[in-house]
Ligand binder design. Structure first.
Ligand code: MLC
Ligand code: AMP
Length: 507
Protein backbone atom coordinates (compact mmCIF):
# COMPACT_ATOMS: atom_id res chain seq x y z
CA UNK A 1 0.00 0.00 0.00
CA UNK A 2 1.11 3.54 -0.71
CA UNK A 3 0.41 4.76 2.83
CA UNK A 4 -1.18 1.93 4.84
CA UNK A 5 -2.43 4.02 7.74
CA UNK A 6 -3.95 6.72 5.58
CA UNK A 7 -5.57 4.20 3.29
CA UNK A 8 -6.98 2.02 6.06
CA UNK A 9 -8.29 4.79 8.31
CA UNK A 10 -9.13 7.58 5.90
CA UNK A 11 -8.85 7.02 2.14
CA UNK A 12 -11.53 4.28 2.16
CA UNK A 13 -14.02 6.86 3.41
CA UNK A 14 -13.05 9.61 0.97
CA UNK A 15 -16.33 9.68 -0.93
CA UNK A 16 -18.47 8.60 1.96
CA UNK A 17 -21.40 10.65 3.20
CA UNK A 18 -21.51 8.55 6.36
CA UNK A 19 -21.48 10.52 9.58
CA UNK A 20 -18.10 10.64 11.31
CA UNK A 21 -19.06 12.84 14.22
CA UNK A 22 -21.48 15.15 15.86
CA UNK A 23 -20.06 17.73 18.29
CA UNK A 24 -21.35 19.44 21.43
CA UNK A 25 -22.62 22.46 19.46
CA UNK A 26 -24.55 20.18 17.10
CA UNK A 27 -22.14 20.55 14.16
CA UNK A 28 -21.93 17.40 12.03
CA UNK A 29 -19.02 16.12 9.95
CA UNK A 30 -19.33 13.35 7.40
CA UNK A 31 -16.18 11.36 6.66
CA UNK A 32 -15.99 13.28 3.35
CA UNK A 33 -16.16 16.69 5.12
CA UNK A 34 -13.52 15.62 7.59
CA UNK A 35 -11.13 14.41 4.89
CA UNK A 36 -11.57 17.64 2.93
CA UNK A 37 -10.43 19.56 6.00
CA UNK A 38 -7.57 17.12 6.55
CA UNK A 39 -6.41 17.58 2.93
CA UNK A 40 -6.43 21.36 3.32
CA UNK A 41 -4.43 20.93 6.51
CA UNK A 42 -1.98 18.59 4.75
CA UNK A 43 -1.39 21.28 2.10
CA UNK A 44 -0.92 23.80 4.89
CA UNK A 45 1.70 21.63 6.60
CA UNK A 46 3.62 21.48 3.33
CA UNK A 47 3.41 25.26 2.86
CA UNK A 48 4.76 25.63 6.40
CA UNK A 49 7.86 23.82 5.17
CA UNK A 50 7.15 20.45 6.78
CA UNK A 51 9.15 17.61 5.24
CA UNK A 52 8.77 13.86 5.76
CA UNK A 53 9.32 12.98 9.43
CA UNK A 54 9.19 16.60 10.66
CA UNK A 55 7.26 17.05 13.90
CA UNK A 56 4.10 19.09 14.54
CA UNK A 57 3.57 19.78 18.23
CA UNK A 58 -0.10 20.14 19.02
CA UNK A 59 -1.45 21.54 22.30
CA UNK A 60 -5.02 22.49 21.46
CA UNK A 61 -8.54 21.95 22.80
CA UNK A 62 -10.44 18.94 21.49
CA UNK A 63 -12.29 19.59 18.21
CA UNK A 64 -12.96 17.93 14.87
CA UNK A 65 -10.22 20.14 13.40
CA UNK A 66 -7.69 19.00 16.02
CA UNK A 67 -8.40 15.42 15.00
CA UNK A 68 -8.09 16.43 11.34
CA UNK A 69 -4.51 17.59 12.05
CA UNK A 70 -3.79 13.95 12.93
CA UNK A 71 -5.25 12.77 9.59
CA UNK A 72 -3.30 15.50 7.79
CA UNK A 73 -0.05 14.38 9.39
CA UNK A 74 -0.66 10.79 8.33
CA UNK A 75 -1.50 11.90 4.79
CA UNK A 76 1.54 14.16 4.45
CA UNK A 77 4.11 12.06 6.31
CA UNK A 78 4.54 14.47 9.23
CA UNK A 79 4.84 13.17 12.78
CA UNK A 80 2.22 14.41 15.20
CA UNK A 81 3.20 15.05 18.81
CA UNK A 82 0.06 15.83 20.84
CA UNK A 83 0.45 17.37 24.30
CA UNK A 84 -1.81 17.42 27.35
CA UNK A 85 -3.69 20.73 27.34
CA UNK A 86 -2.99 21.03 31.07
CA UNK A 87 0.77 21.42 30.59
CA UNK A 88 2.15 24.81 31.58
CA UNK A 89 4.38 26.99 29.42
CA UNK A 90 7.41 25.72 31.39
CA UNK A 91 6.49 22.14 30.56
CA UNK A 92 5.85 22.89 26.88
CA UNK A 93 9.25 24.56 26.73
CA UNK A 94 10.84 21.16 27.49
CA UNK A 95 8.79 19.40 24.82
CA UNK A 96 9.63 21.99 22.14
CA UNK A 97 13.31 21.67 23.00
CA UNK A 98 13.17 17.88 22.91
CA UNK A 99 10.91 17.19 19.91
CA UNK A 100 12.34 20.08 17.85
CA UNK A 101 9.11 20.58 15.91
CA UNK A 102 9.01 22.69 12.77
CA UNK A 103 5.49 23.77 13.65
CA UNK A 104 3.70 24.29 16.97
CA UNK A 105 -0.09 24.63 17.01
CA UNK A 106 -1.48 25.97 20.28
CA UNK A 107 -4.60 27.34 21.90
CA UNK A 108 -4.85 31.07 20.99
CA UNK A 109 -4.88 31.75 24.75
CA UNK A 110 -1.33 30.39 25.05
CA UNK A 111 0.11 32.13 22.01
CA UNK A 112 1.82 34.95 23.90
CA UNK A 113 3.38 32.58 26.41
CA UNK A 114 4.78 30.30 23.71
CA UNK A 115 5.96 32.93 21.22
CA UNK A 116 9.49 33.37 22.54
CA UNK A 117 9.94 29.62 23.15
CA UNK A 118 9.08 28.91 19.52
CA UNK A 119 11.35 31.71 18.31
CA UNK A 120 14.22 30.29 20.36
CA UNK A 121 13.73 26.91 18.73
CA UNK A 122 12.98 28.25 15.22
CA UNK A 123 9.50 26.71 15.22
CA UNK A 124 6.56 28.37 13.46
CA UNK A 125 3.65 29.03 15.85
CA UNK A 126 0.00 28.85 14.77
CA UNK A 127 -3.28 28.56 16.69
CA UNK A 128 -6.42 26.41 16.79
CA UNK A 129 -9.23 26.96 19.28
CA UNK A 130 -12.05 24.84 20.70
CA UNK A 131 -14.31 25.43 17.69
CA UNK A 132 -11.54 24.75 15.19
CA UNK A 133 -10.75 28.38 14.41
CA UNK A 134 -7.39 30.08 14.57
CA UNK A 135 -4.44 31.15 12.47
CA UNK A 136 -3.84 27.55 11.32
CA UNK A 137 -7.39 27.26 9.95
CA UNK A 138 -7.04 30.67 8.30
CA UNK A 139 -3.93 29.50 6.49
CA UNK A 140 -5.75 26.33 5.47
CA UNK A 141 -8.71 28.26 4.03
CA UNK A 142 -6.47 29.34 1.16
CA UNK A 143 -5.44 25.77 0.36
CA UNK A 144 -6.99 23.29 -2.08
CA UNK A 145 -9.10 20.38 -0.80
CA UNK A 146 -7.12 17.72 -2.57
CA UNK A 147 -3.72 16.51 -1.53
CA UNK A 148 -1.48 13.92 -3.14
CA UNK A 149 -1.09 11.36 -0.34
CA UNK A 150 2.58 10.84 0.51
CA UNK A 151 4.12 7.38 0.33
CA UNK A 152 4.84 5.87 3.76
CA UNK A 153 5.53 2.33 4.92
CA UNK A 154 4.39 0.43 8.00
CA UNK A 155 7.81 1.06 9.54
CA UNK A 156 7.56 4.83 9.27
CA UNK A 157 6.78 6.93 12.33
CA UNK A 158 3.22 8.22 12.61
CA UNK A 159 3.33 9.99 15.95
CA UNK A 160 5.08 10.21 19.20
CA UNK A 161 3.47 10.63 22.57
CA UNK A 162 5.29 11.80 25.66
CA UNK A 163 5.18 9.68 28.77
CA UNK A 164 6.71 10.88 32.00
CA UNK A 165 9.54 8.90 33.48
CA UNK A 166 10.73 7.69 36.84
CA UNK A 167 13.72 10.02 36.52
CA UNK A 168 11.41 13.01 36.07
CA UNK A 169 12.25 13.54 32.38
CA UNK A 170 9.49 12.88 29.85
CA UNK A 171 10.24 10.49 27.04
CA UNK A 172 8.71 10.55 23.55
CA UNK A 173 7.38 7.08 22.70
CA UNK A 174 7.74 6.70 18.93
CA UNK A 175 4.81 4.93 17.30
CA UNK A 176 4.96 3.58 13.78
CA UNK A 177 2.16 3.07 11.29
CA UNK A 178 2.40 -0.66 12.05
CA UNK A 179 1.92 -0.07 15.80
CA UNK A 180 -1.25 1.95 15.28
CA UNK A 181 -2.77 -0.05 12.45
CA UNK A 182 -2.20 -3.51 13.94
CA UNK A 183 -3.68 -2.43 17.25
CA UNK A 184 -6.76 -0.84 15.71
CA UNK A 185 -7.31 -4.05 13.69
CA UNK A 186 -7.01 -6.20 16.82
CA UNK A 187 -9.46 -3.99 18.74
CA UNK A 188 -12.08 -3.75 15.98
CA UNK A 189 -12.01 -7.54 15.75
CA UNK A 190 -12.06 -8.13 19.52
CA UNK A 191 -14.78 -5.61 20.31
CA UNK A 192 -16.91 -6.25 17.18
CA UNK A 193 -16.90 -2.64 15.98
CA UNK A 194 -18.86 -2.01 12.79
CA UNK A 195 -20.08 0.97 10.77
CA UNK A 196 -23.33 0.85 12.78
CA UNK A 197 -21.56 1.81 16.01
CA UNK A 198 -21.87 5.22 17.59
CA UNK A 199 -19.15 5.86 20.15
CA UNK A 200 -19.74 8.32 22.98
CA UNK A 201 -16.27 9.93 22.88
CA UNK A 202 -15.57 12.11 25.91
CA UNK A 203 -11.85 11.37 26.43
CA UNK A 204 -9.08 13.84 25.66
CA UNK A 205 -7.40 13.28 22.28
CA UNK A 206 -3.82 13.88 23.39
CA UNK A 207 -3.36 10.41 24.94
CA UNK A 208 -3.44 6.86 23.62
CA UNK A 209 -6.89 6.11 25.00
CA UNK A 210 -8.86 8.92 23.32
CA UNK A 211 -6.68 9.28 20.24
CA UNK A 212 -5.46 5.86 19.24
CA UNK A 213 -7.93 3.52 20.90
CA UNK A 214 -11.18 5.44 20.52
CA UNK A 215 -10.57 7.39 17.30
CA UNK A 216 -8.56 4.79 15.39
CA UNK A 217 -11.13 2.08 16.09
CA UNK A 218 -13.84 4.43 14.82
CA UNK A 219 -11.91 5.26 11.63
CA UNK A 220 -11.07 1.64 10.88
CA UNK A 221 -14.62 0.41 11.41
CA UNK A 222 -16.20 3.43 9.69
CA UNK A 223 -18.27 4.08 12.83
CA UNK A 224 -19.59 7.41 14.14
CA UNK A 225 -18.74 9.41 17.26
CA UNK A 226 -20.56 11.74 19.57
CA UNK A 227 -17.49 13.89 20.11
CA UNK A 228 -17.60 15.80 23.41
CA UNK A 229 -14.88 18.20 24.63
CA UNK A 230 -14.68 16.44 28.01
CA UNK A 231 -16.61 14.04 30.19
CA UNK A 232 -19.80 15.42 31.74
CA UNK A 233 -22.34 13.07 33.31
CA UNK A 234 -25.20 15.22 32.04
CA UNK A 235 -24.04 14.88 28.43
CA UNK A 236 -23.53 11.13 28.79
CA UNK A 237 -27.07 10.79 30.05
CA UNK A 238 -28.42 12.88 27.18
CA UNK A 239 -26.54 10.95 24.52
CA UNK A 240 -26.62 7.32 25.69
CA UNK A 241 -29.99 6.72 24.00
CA UNK A 242 -28.30 7.42 20.61
CA UNK A 243 -24.94 5.78 21.28
CA UNK A 244 -23.90 2.13 21.17
CA UNK A 245 -20.57 2.21 23.01
CA UNK A 246 -18.44 4.24 25.41
CA UNK A 247 -14.77 4.05 26.29
CA UNK A 248 -13.79 5.61 29.59
CA UNK A 249 -11.42 5.71 32.53
CA UNK A 250 -12.81 4.35 35.82
CA UNK A 251 -13.68 7.90 37.00
CA UNK A 252 -16.32 8.04 34.22
CA UNK A 253 -18.00 4.97 35.71
CA UNK A 254 -17.88 6.09 39.35
CA UNK A 255 -19.31 9.48 38.37
CA UNK A 256 -22.10 7.82 36.38
CA UNK A 257 -22.92 5.57 39.34
CA UNK A 258 -23.26 8.66 41.54
CA UNK A 259 -26.18 9.80 39.37
CA UNK A 260 -29.56 8.26 40.12
CA UNK A 261 -30.62 8.59 36.46
CA UNK A 262 -28.24 5.79 35.44
CA UNK A 263 -30.46 2.75 34.96
CA UNK A 264 -31.27 -0.05 32.50
CA UNK A 265 -33.69 2.04 30.45
CA UNK A 266 -31.15 4.77 29.89
CA UNK A 267 -28.55 2.41 28.41
CA UNK A 268 -30.78 -0.01 26.53
CA UNK A 269 -29.37 1.20 23.18
CA UNK A 270 -25.77 0.69 24.32
CA UNK A 271 -24.04 -2.57 23.43
CA UNK A 272 -20.65 -2.11 25.10
CA UNK A 273 -18.96 -0.17 27.91
CA UNK A 274 -15.16 -0.33 27.95
CA UNK A 275 -12.82 0.78 30.74
CA UNK A 276 -9.06 1.22 30.87
CA UNK A 277 -6.02 3.39 31.69
CA UNK A 278 -6.36 2.74 35.44
CA UNK A 279 -7.63 -0.11 37.63
CA UNK A 280 -11.40 -0.52 37.69
CA UNK A 281 -12.39 -1.56 41.18
CA UNK A 282 -14.32 -4.84 41.26
CA UNK A 283 -16.99 -3.04 43.31
CA UNK A 284 -17.52 -0.51 40.47
CA UNK A 285 -17.85 -3.40 38.03
CA UNK A 286 -20.45 -5.11 40.21
CA UNK A 287 -22.39 -1.91 40.97
CA UNK A 288 -22.50 -0.97 37.28
CA UNK A 289 -23.88 -4.37 36.34
CA UNK A 290 -26.51 -4.20 39.06
CA UNK A 291 -27.71 -0.79 37.88
CA UNK A 292 -27.50 -1.24 34.10
CA UNK A 293 -27.26 -4.96 33.34
CA UNK A 294 -23.97 -4.26 31.51
CA UNK A 295 -20.71 -5.94 32.45
CA UNK A 296 -17.98 -3.39 31.79
CA UNK A 297 -15.26 -4.77 29.51
CA UNK A 298 -11.88 -3.92 31.02
CA UNK A 299 -8.73 -3.80 28.94
CA UNK A 300 -5.09 -2.90 29.61
CA UNK A 301 -2.55 -0.89 27.68
CA UNK A 302 0.23 1.68 27.72
CA UNK A 303 1.42 4.55 25.59
CA UNK A 304 4.45 2.49 24.55
CA UNK A 305 2.51 -0.64 23.65
CA UNK A 306 -0.96 0.52 22.66
CA UNK A 307 -3.48 -2.04 23.92
CA UNK A 308 -2.11 -5.30 25.24
CA UNK A 309 -4.97 -7.34 26.70
CA UNK A 310 -8.75 -7.27 26.77
CA UNK A 311 -11.55 -9.16 28.42
CA UNK A 312 -13.58 -11.04 25.84
CA UNK A 313 -16.55 -9.55 24.02
CA UNK A 314 -18.33 -12.88 24.03
CA UNK A 315 -17.46 -14.95 27.04
CA UNK A 316 -16.83 -14.12 30.64
CA UNK A 317 -15.68 -10.60 31.52
CA UNK A 318 -13.90 -11.16 34.83
CA UNK A 319 -14.02 -8.27 37.28
CA UNK A 320 -10.58 -7.38 38.62
CA UNK A 321 -8.82 -8.76 35.53
CA UNK A 322 -7.81 -7.23 32.22
CA UNK A 323 -8.41 -10.37 30.17
CA UNK A 324 -6.27 -12.10 27.56
CA UNK A 325 -3.63 -10.86 25.09
CA UNK A 326 -5.09 -9.29 21.93
CA UNK A 327 -4.64 -11.15 18.63
CA UNK A 328 -0.98 -11.03 17.58
CA UNK A 329 0.22 -9.85 21.00
CA UNK A 330 2.35 -12.03 23.29
CA UNK A 331 2.69 -11.53 27.02
CA UNK A 332 4.72 -13.28 29.70
CA UNK A 333 5.21 -12.86 33.41
CA UNK A 334 8.80 -12.94 34.61
CA UNK A 335 10.45 -13.20 37.98
CA UNK A 336 11.32 -9.69 39.15
CA UNK A 337 14.78 -10.63 40.41
CA UNK A 338 15.91 -13.16 37.81
CA UNK A 339 13.88 -12.03 34.76
CA UNK A 340 13.16 -15.72 34.08
CA UNK A 341 9.61 -16.40 32.83
CA UNK A 342 7.39 -17.80 35.58
CA UNK A 343 6.15 -21.32 35.10
CA UNK A 344 3.40 -21.29 37.71
CA UNK A 345 0.86 -18.50 38.15
CA UNK A 346 3.10 -16.38 40.37
CA UNK A 347 3.19 -12.60 40.53
CA UNK A 348 5.87 -11.06 38.36
CA UNK A 349 6.75 -8.44 35.77
CA UNK A 350 4.39 -8.17 32.79
CA UNK A 351 6.37 -8.21 29.55
CA UNK A 352 4.94 -7.78 26.07
CA UNK A 353 5.97 -8.35 22.47
CA UNK A 354 4.16 -7.80 19.19
CA UNK A 355 3.44 -5.38 16.35
CA UNK A 356 1.77 -3.09 18.90
CA UNK A 357 5.02 -2.35 20.76
CA UNK A 358 6.63 1.03 20.01
CA UNK A 359 9.90 1.47 18.18
CA UNK A 360 11.75 3.28 20.99
CA UNK A 361 12.07 6.56 22.88
CA UNK A 362 12.83 9.64 20.81
CA UNK A 363 16.55 10.43 21.04
CA UNK A 364 17.02 8.12 24.05
CA UNK A 365 18.61 4.91 22.74
CA UNK A 366 20.03 3.93 26.17
CA UNK A 367 16.66 4.34 27.85
CA UNK A 368 15.06 2.28 25.07
CA UNK A 369 17.64 -0.48 25.48
CA UNK A 370 17.06 -0.60 29.24
CA UNK A 371 13.38 -1.31 28.82
CA UNK A 372 13.63 -4.19 26.36
CA UNK A 373 14.87 -7.74 26.92
CA UNK A 374 17.28 -9.17 24.37
CA UNK A 375 14.54 -11.28 22.81
CA UNK A 376 12.41 -8.21 22.09
CA UNK A 377 10.01 -8.25 25.04
CA UNK A 378 9.18 -4.82 26.46
CA UNK A 379 9.24 -4.51 30.26
CA UNK A 380 6.01 -2.75 31.23
CA UNK A 381 6.83 -1.98 34.88
CA UNK A 382 3.42 -3.42 35.82
CA UNK A 383 3.22 -6.46 38.08
CA UNK A 384 0.73 -9.16 37.24
CA UNK A 385 -0.41 -12.71 37.54
CA UNK A 386 -2.29 -15.07 35.22
CA UNK A 387 -5.25 -16.94 36.70
CA UNK A 388 -6.17 -20.55 35.90
CA UNK A 389 -8.09 -19.48 32.79
CA UNK A 390 -5.29 -17.23 31.52
CA UNK A 391 -6.90 -13.92 32.55
CA UNK A 392 -4.30 -11.32 33.47
CA UNK A 393 -4.64 -9.58 36.78
CA UNK A 394 -2.62 -6.42 37.43
CA UNK A 395 -1.56 -6.50 41.05
CA UNK A 396 0.75 -3.52 41.31
CA UNK A 397 3.57 -1.55 39.72
CA UNK A 398 7.31 -1.77 40.09
CA UNK A 399 7.57 1.81 38.77
CA UNK A 400 6.98 4.70 41.16
CA UNK A 401 3.89 6.00 39.40
CA UNK A 402 0.57 7.51 40.45
CA UNK A 403 -2.47 7.13 38.19
CA UNK A 404 -5.01 9.83 38.95
CA UNK A 405 -8.24 9.88 36.94
CA UNK A 406 -6.39 8.02 34.16
CA UNK A 407 -3.48 10.48 34.03
CA UNK A 408 -0.01 9.19 34.85
CA UNK A 409 1.94 11.25 37.33
CA UNK A 410 5.54 10.45 38.17
CA UNK A 411 6.34 11.44 41.77
CA UNK A 412 9.98 12.15 40.91
CA UNK A 413 9.03 15.11 38.72
CA UNK A 414 7.06 16.72 41.56
CA UNK A 415 9.65 15.87 44.21
CA UNK A 416 12.37 17.58 42.15
CA UNK A 417 10.22 20.70 41.99
CA UNK A 418 9.30 20.67 45.70
CA UNK A 419 12.92 20.10 46.68
CA UNK A 420 13.90 23.26 44.76
CA UNK A 421 11.67 25.41 46.98
CA UNK A 422 13.57 27.59 49.41
CA UNK A 423 12.42 26.20 52.78
CA UNK A 424 12.12 22.56 51.77
CA UNK A 425 14.80 20.15 52.93
CA UNK A 426 13.32 17.13 51.17
CA UNK A 427 10.03 15.72 49.95
CA UNK A 428 8.24 12.53 49.02
CA UNK A 429 5.24 12.40 46.72
CA UNK A 430 2.79 9.52 47.02
CA UNK A 431 -0.57 8.41 45.68
CA UNK A 432 -3.29 7.46 48.15
CA UNK A 433 -6.88 6.29 47.58
CA UNK A 434 -9.10 9.06 46.23
CA UNK A 435 -12.86 8.53 45.91
CA UNK A 436 -13.07 10.18 42.48
CA UNK A 437 -9.68 9.83 40.83
CA UNK A 438 -8.69 6.37 42.15
CA UNK A 439 -5.44 7.80 43.45
CA UNK A 440 -4.84 11.36 44.62
CA UNK A 441 -1.47 13.09 44.86
CA UNK A 442 -0.12 13.88 48.33
CA UNK A 443 3.14 15.71 49.02
CA UNK A 444 5.04 15.01 52.23
CA UNK A 445 7.60 17.66 53.15
CA UNK A 446 10.42 18.12 55.58
CA UNK A 447 11.39 21.71 56.42
CA UNK A 448 14.94 23.03 56.60
CA UNK A 449 16.06 23.38 60.24
CA UNK A 450 14.50 26.31 62.02
CA UNK A 451 11.85 27.19 59.40
CA UNK A 452 8.11 26.69 59.35
CA UNK A 453 6.71 25.57 56.03
CA UNK A 454 3.74 27.45 54.66
CA UNK A 455 1.78 24.94 52.51
CA UNK A 456 -0.26 27.61 50.79
CA UNK A 457 2.79 29.60 49.76
CA UNK A 458 4.38 26.39 48.47
CA UNK A 459 1.32 25.46 46.43
CA UNK A 460 1.34 28.96 44.96
CA UNK A 461 5.05 28.68 44.15
CA UNK A 462 4.63 25.54 42.05
CA UNK A 463 1.34 26.62 40.50
CA UNK A 464 2.73 27.85 37.17
CA UNK A 465 5.43 25.20 36.96
CA UNK A 466 3.51 21.96 36.44
CA UNK A 467 0.08 21.00 35.17
CA UNK A 468 -2.71 21.40 37.70
CA UNK A 469 -3.67 17.71 37.71
CA UNK A 470 -0.13 16.79 38.86
CA UNK A 471 -0.03 19.22 41.77
CA UNK A 472 -0.43 17.67 45.23
CA UNK A 473 -4.03 17.99 46.37
CA UNK A 474 -2.70 17.98 49.94
CA UNK A 475 0.67 18.81 51.48
CA UNK A 476 1.78 17.48 54.86
CA UNK A 477 4.85 18.35 56.89
CA UNK A 478 6.77 15.71 58.88
CA UNK A 479 9.91 16.14 61.02
CA UNK A 480 11.65 13.50 58.86
CA UNK A 481 10.88 10.91 56.18
CA UNK A 482 10.86 7.21 57.09
CA UNK A 483 13.87 5.48 55.51
CA UNK A 484 15.10 1.89 55.35
CA UNK A 485 18.62 0.82 56.26
CA UNK A 486 19.79 1.63 52.72
CA UNK A 487 18.51 5.20 53.19
CA UNK A 488 15.64 4.78 50.72
CA UNK A 489 12.39 6.57 51.58
CA UNK A 490 9.77 4.01 52.63
CA UNK A 491 6.82 5.22 50.59
CA UNK A 492 4.71 2.24 51.63
CA UNK A 493 4.81 3.54 55.23
CA UNK A 494 3.83 7.02 54.06
CA UNK A 495 1.00 5.60 51.94
CA UNK A 496 -0.34 3.73 54.92
CA UNK A 497 0.01 6.73 57.22
CA UNK A 498 -1.79 9.10 54.86
CA UNK A 499 -4.25 6.52 53.46
CA UNK A 500 -7.21 8.43 54.85
CA UNK A 501 -6.06 11.84 53.55
CA UNK A 502 -8.91 12.17 51.06
CA UNK A 503 -11.47 10.05 52.88
CA UNK A 504 -11.53 12.44 55.84
CA UNK A 505 -11.72 15.45 53.56
CA UNK A 506 -14.35 14.29 51.09
CA UNK A 507 -16.54 11.74 52.88
C1 MLC B 1 -8.85 17.04 36.49
N1 MLC B 1 -8.31 17.30 37.69
C2 MLC B 1 -7.62 16.24 38.10
C3 MLC B 1 -7.76 15.30 37.07
N2 MLC B 1 -8.53 15.82 36.09
N3 MLC B 1 -6.91 16.01 39.20
C4 MLC B 1 -6.31 14.83 39.30
N4 MLC B 1 -6.41 13.86 38.36
C5 MLC B 1 -7.12 14.08 37.23
N5 MLC B 1 -7.20 13.14 36.29
C6 MLC B 1 -8.45 18.52 38.51
C7 MLC B 1 -8.14 19.78 37.75
O1 MLC B 1 -6.77 20.05 37.85
C8 MLC B 1 -8.99 20.79 38.49
O2 MLC B 1 -8.37 21.10 39.72
C9 MLC B 1 -10.24 20.00 38.82
O3 MLC B 1 -9.84 18.62 38.85
C10 MLC B 1 -11.35 20.17 37.80
O4 MLC B 1 -10.80 20.04 36.49
P1 MLC B 1 -11.67 19.56 35.26
O5 MLC B 1 -10.85 19.68 34.02
O6 MLC B 1 -13.01 20.22 35.31
O7 MLC B 1 -11.83 18.03 35.58
P2 MLC B 1 -12.75 17.00 34.93
O8 MLC B 1 -13.27 17.51 33.60
O9 MLC B 1 -13.75 16.58 35.92
O10 MLC B 1 -11.73 15.81 34.60
C11 MLC B 1 -11.67 14.62 35.27
C12 MLC B 1 -11.54 13.49 34.23
C13 MLC B 1 -10.32 13.81 33.34
C14 MLC B 1 -11.36 12.19 34.96
C15 MLC B 1 -12.81 13.43 33.39
O11 MLC B 1 -9.15 13.91 34.15
C16 MLC B 1 -10.14 12.84 32.23
O12 MLC B 1 -10.76 12.94 31.17
N6 MLC B 1 -9.24 11.84 32.40
C17 MLC B 1 -8.93 10.89 31.37
C18 MLC B 1 -7.47 10.79 31.20
C19 MLC B 1 -7.09 9.87 30.03
O13 MLC B 1 -7.60 9.95 28.94
N7 MLC B 1 -6.14 8.95 30.27
C20 MLC B 1 -5.68 8.03 29.28
C21 MLC B 1 -4.16 8.01 29.23
S1 MLC B 1 -3.62 6.78 28.04
P3 MLC B 1 -8.55 22.49 40.46
O14 MLC B 1 -7.84 22.27 41.74
O15 MLC B 1 -7.93 23.48 39.54
O16 MLC B 1 -10.03 22.69 40.63
C22 MLC B 1 -3.26 5.41 29.00
C23 MLC B 1 -3.06 4.13 28.30
C24 MLC B 1 -4.29 3.31 28.41
O17 MLC B 1 -3.30 5.46 30.17
O18 MLC B 1 -4.22 2.15 28.81
O19 MLC B 1 -5.33 3.85 28.08
P1 AMP C 1 0.35 5.52 30.15
O1 AMP C 1 1.82 5.51 30.34
O2 AMP C 1 -0.31 6.81 30.41
O3 AMP C 1 0.03 4.99 28.85
O4 AMP C 1 -0.26 4.52 31.25
C1 AMP C 1 -0.03 3.15 31.17
C2 AMP C 1 -0.24 2.52 32.50
O5 AMP C 1 -1.61 2.61 32.88
C3 AMP C 1 0.05 1.04 32.50
O6 AMP C 1 1.43 0.78 32.60
C4 AMP C 1 -0.73 0.58 33.70
O7 AMP C 1 0.01 0.81 34.89
C5 AMP C 1 -1.94 1.50 33.68
N1 AMP C 1 -3.15 0.84 33.15
C6 AMP C 1 -3.69 0.90 31.92
N2 AMP C 1 -4.82 0.16 31.85
C7 AMP C 1 -5.02 -0.38 33.07
C8 AMP C 1 -5.99 -1.22 33.66
N3 AMP C 1 -7.05 -1.65 32.97
N4 AMP C 1 -5.83 -1.58 34.95
C9 AMP C 1 -4.77 -1.15 35.67
N5 AMP C 1 -3.83 -0.34 35.19
C10 AMP C 1 -3.93 0.05 33.90
Amino acid sequence: MLNPLYQSFFERHRNSDALLMIQENGSHFSYGDFLDIAARFANTLVTCGMKLGDRVLLQVPKSAEALAVYAACVQSGSVMVPLNTGYTVDEVNYFVGDAKPKLVICNPKNRDGLQSICENHSAQLETLDSVGEGSFTSLAAQQPMDFQTVERSLDDLAAFLYTSGTTGRSKGAMLSQRNLLSNAQALVETWNFTSSDVLFHALPIFHTHGLFVASNVTFLAGSSMIFMPSFKVQQAIEHFPRATTMMGVPTFYTRLLDDARLNRDLVQHMRLFISGSAPLLAETHVAFEERTGHRILERYGMTETNMITSNPYDGERRAGTVGHPLPGVEIRITNQETAVPNTASEIGMIEVKGPNVFTGYWNMPEKTAEEFREDGFFITGDLGQLDEAGYLQIVGRSKDLIISGGYNIYPKEIELLLDEQEDVLESAVIGVPHPEFGEGVVGVLVAKPGVNLDSEALSAAIHSKIARFKQPKQLFVLPKLPRNTMGKVQKNILREYFAQAFRTKLD
